[in-house]
Write a protein that binds this ligand. Structure first.
Ligand code: FEO
Length: 169
């Protein structure tokens, strides 16, 4: 018996959304680097890599369920920002949108009693709590900095220390 068509489509949509996140964060990273903030750019590149890993977790899951992977198209990110705060606010908005999509997917999975998907989706639910909290903290720090050069530089140096799999810098 093949996997449920609605679930297959919803999982594929989530794969595309995660790749779109990675694409968006690469665009944000480029803006930050061009504006003299290599530490923030580094952090955002790491975030892009995490999104790619999220996409690949779902990609492998669809294949493991004997589903078909069908990647969707990705629109070009908008990169008209004035400040690093604008950039991270965009990131936070993106994480909130991803959380909403994960919640919708979770609802569909429970409605269709596809319980085999729950462990993976539980992982994503927890991951989104962390991702939103981390992005929110950076937004809060940047708001406090208020565009003051010295403080921005300190935040930039702190975010430069992020290593793979580490969200806090
Ligand atoms: Fe994969 Fe940050 O959501």
């Amino acid at each position: 018996m093949s996997w449920n068509d609605d679930l297959e489509k919803a999982f594929n949509d989530q794969i595309t959304a995660e790749f779109a996140s990675a694409y968006e964060y690469l665009a944000l990273a480029a803006w930050l680097e061009e504006h003299g903030l290599p530490g923030m750019a580094h952090w955002m590149r790491q975030q892009a890599e995490e999104e790619r890993e999220h996409a690949m977790k779902l990609y492998q899951f669809v294949l493991d369920r004997d589903g078909t992977v069908a990647l969707g198209s990705i629109t070009a990110p908008d990169t008209r920002f004035e400040t690093p705060l604008d950039v991270f606010e965009r990131g936070l908005g993106n994480e909130r949108a991803i959380t909403a999509k994960i919640n919708d997917l979770y609802g569909l999975v429970t409605d269709t009693r596809d319980f085999a998907s729950l462990p993976l989706l539980d992982w994503f639910v927890n991951e989104q709590v962390e991702e939103e909290a981390t992005m929110q903290q950076i937004v809060d720090d940047l708001r406090l900095a208020g565009g003051e050069g010295h403080t921005l530089l300190m935040i930039d140096r702190e975010l430069a220390t992020r290593t793979e799999g580490d969200e806090d810098g």
